[in-house]
Design a protein around this ligand. Sequence first.
Ligand code: AMP
Ligand code: MG
Length: 484
Amino acid sequence: MTLTDFRVEHRYLNLPDAFYSRVYPTPLHQPRMVCFNSALAEEMGVAVDEPEQWAAIGAGQELLEGMDPVAMKYTGHQFGMYNPDLGDGRGLLLWETVGPDGRRWDWHLLGAGQTPFSRFGDGRAVLRSSIREYLCSEAMHFLGIPTTRALFLVSCKDPVRRESIETAATLMRVAQSHIRFGHFEFAAHHQGKDALQALTDHTIGLYFSDLEALPERQRYHRWLAEVVKRTARLIADWQAVGFCHGVMNSDNMSIIGDTFDYGPYAFLDDFDAGYICNHTDQGGRYAYNRQPQIGFTNCQFLARAMAPLMEEDDILDALRHYEQAYNDHFLDTLRRKLGLAETREKDIDLIMETFSMLHEHHVDYTLFFRGLSNLASKGPAPIRDLFVDRQVADNWLERYQERLKEESRSDAERETAMRAINPKYILRNYLAQQVIQDAQGGNYEPMHKLLEVLKLPFDEQPENEAYAAMPPDWGRHLNISCSS
Ligand code: AMP
Ligand code: MG
């Protein structure tokens, strides 16, 4: 194996000891490389002759020279309740690398075995959930939404008990940062001001370095405002693409604004504003239409943790950016999805009414916007066909086309722009479910094929039409288990 073009660092280990615990992976057996992300490896400066050589590292049987694995300590609010006992319970930060383009990468081996933060868990991840994270983090990336990435996935023979007996797998999750809102809650509520300051300075130094030179008060103020804005924009991206995260606990919120920790997530098929993708979330705390509010609540948890370091006024001011950032980004994205380059006051009403209509008539969210992107060239049939009551579609289309008359772009220009923001291919739950079943039977080809399709979500890919289809009856409202 040649490891060429990256530098190894362990900057996280410069933090006070309380932030981590050194733990070695507990080896798994008979590993097999399921999926290796060669393109990403190349970006990271990792030269790979033979992906299979990474299987032993994935299985926790070997470490590369220089790896110094730790479980990170953090706390957080889970379903609104503060939990002081969190931390990496089944994942280890192996090292940090800096690639040829200067980008930093945390290497986090998910499913590596028990740690001091495992509580009652076995420290493992199953093949099913590892595939779900691999697929979705890559799908998100190619949709242009900030996210952690997947470098490789290894499947092992070891049995793991969930609702039934499954098999173990590990995922090498990579990201610019694995620091969560919950790290700050841990520092503030259990370690005191010095630790909080060390964590904040570390975070700003590595990921917000353009703020580093500012005087302290301004630095923290601007930083918190930036985190709040990134969070707001991320959630606006989710809403616009019809993504439901499912477990928006503050320990699952990335400090750099990545989509983080893929559990029982879902992309909406037919639009349902109150959709709950996590079947253990009985109250619907993390329902699709609650995500913007919950994002703000999580920012409040983070802001509260910053109280020892910041003036009250600065904290409140930073939080005030949330609503504006969310609204601006959401409206801007929806305008683009609708192909509206001119700005009109009344567009907000059109957008809101569109959502109400999609909800009321259970219209497939992705196919609706994709159909609109081809309205002039392919006609209204693909859109009308999504409605049981065609009259509803016709009324809406009439109004929409009236509005398009105020646009100055040509139809062709508008369609090209719309096709670049309205994906044809998303990771529908049933597609994930199918490839998981094949993988559990030892056939990984369908997963590879699906990944290829998801890499070009905005392309027509006529040969892959089947992947754009609405779910079959069995694939609607699948009960995705939270257990992973
Ligand atoms: P999650 O719901 O995946 O965000 O996990 C919440 C917390 O539970 C984190 O501290 C995880 O590390 C921990 N955890 C989840 N699954 C396991 C497991 N199988 N073994 C040990 N810890 C786990
Ligand atoms: Mg988590």
